[in-house]
Design a protein around this ligand. Structure first.
Ligand SMILES: Cc1cc2nc3c(=O)[nH]c(=O)nc-3n(C[C@H](O)[C@H](O)[C@H](O)COP(=O)(O)OP(=O)(O)OC[C@H]3O[C@@H](n4cnc5c(N)ncnc54)[C@H](O)[C@@H]3O)c2cc1C
Ligand code: FES
Length: 272
């Protein structure tokens, strides 16, 4: 996995540049990039303090970096609860506090044929990896992304209608009709893959691991567990693995969020 140097993460405050609704539940939050924010690698995340007049949101919320340009950091956020709803209400000119960039990224594998499989907000790190991050791959990269309906593909906002990207919708309103792992199996039958990447609902990533087992190829998955400190200290985010070394548990914030998926105990992971 991409090297993570905790000392390169810092506390920042950043101005909200814009906060745009992408679909009914999703929005794109653009923050002004602090001058000394290092170039993040795809799969890394920021830990964002939820703005509140009281201590209601004691815990920060982790979000993957969807894009990072010279001037801006972008996050794609889905509203699931009060924290993400409060962030949706952030307005241009507001200030948000965050810590980052955090976590181990996807490995950089320029010689490999990578098939990346994403669902929901799992789009963020996979899109960043293939098309935006430093050392982006271009041709060696195939992104398969699935959503419930066309609306959740946010085609008006994210450039997904491009070579190398195939889209699936559960209801068939755009692209392949079915789930994205079914699409992946069909695509790989035509064009073999060397490595799979995934990010999305646990049930989807678990199915990707089954596909990787069947094809006998590596799979790197980015987990989105709930977090406390995001510093490797509180152990709120641990997941069971097949690794030893004292305990089989590893932290998603510090040892992940990207893992070699073959070491994870998939049957024991929380299914949100
Ligand atoms: C490394 C990492 C990267 C992430 N990247 C993104 C991203 O790019 N965009 C995005 O929208 N979200 C992302 N998440 C998930 C995001 O952090 C949670 O959705 C958010 O913290 C929920 O806060 P809330 O207050 O809105 O909801 P809460 O009130 O905390 O929870 C509402 C509901 O969502 C469930 N939930 C809460 N947190 C999570 C979680 N981490 N995973 C699954 N279910 C959860 C709860 O069980 C509950 O049912 C990421 C998480 C991690 C660990
Ligand atoms: S969130 Fe505290 S150890 Fe990961």
């Amino acid at each position: 996995m991409g090297e993570f140097v905790p000392a390169r993460a810092h506390e920042y405050h950043a101005r909200v540049l814009s906060n745009v609704r992408l679909s009914r539940r999703y929005f794109l939050l653009r923050l002004e990039r602090p001058r000394d924010f290092i170039d993040p690698a795809a799969g890394q995340f920021v830990h964002v303090a939820v703005p509140t007049p009281d201590d209601r949101f004691f815990l920060r919320r982790p979000f993957s970096i969807h894009d990072c340009t010279r001037d801006a950091i972008e996050l794609v956020i889905v509203e699931v609860g009060p924290g993400s709803q409060a962030l949706r209400r952030a307005r241009e000119g507001d200030t948000l506090h965050f810590y980052g960039p955090l976590g181990h990224a996807y490995p950089v594998l320029p010689e490999k044929r990578i098939v990346a499989i994403g669902g929901g907000v799992g789009l963020a790190p996979l899109y960043f990896y293939g098309f935006r991050a430093p050392g982006k791959l271009g041709e060696g990269y195939r992104l398969l992304y699935g959503a419930r309906t066309r609306e959740d593909l946010f085609l008006e906002h994210v450039a997904l209608e491009r070579t190398g990207v195939s889209l699936a919708t559960d209801d068939g309103s755009y692209g392949f009709k079915g789930n994205v792992v079914q699409l992946a199996a069909a695509v790989i039958e035509e064009e073999p893959a060397d490595v799979l990447f995934s990010c999305g609902p646990t049930v989807m990533m678990k199915a990707v691991q089954k596909l990787a087992d069947r094809l006998a190829i590596p799979h790197y998955a980015s987990l989105e567990n709930r977090m406390g400190c995001a510093l490797g200290a509180c152990r709120a985010c641990v997941v069971p693995t097949k690794l030893d070394g004292g305990s089989p548990y590893r932290t998603v914030c510090h040892d992940g969020p990207v893992f070699d998926a073959s070491v994870l105990q998939w049957d024991e992971l929380p299914v949100p």
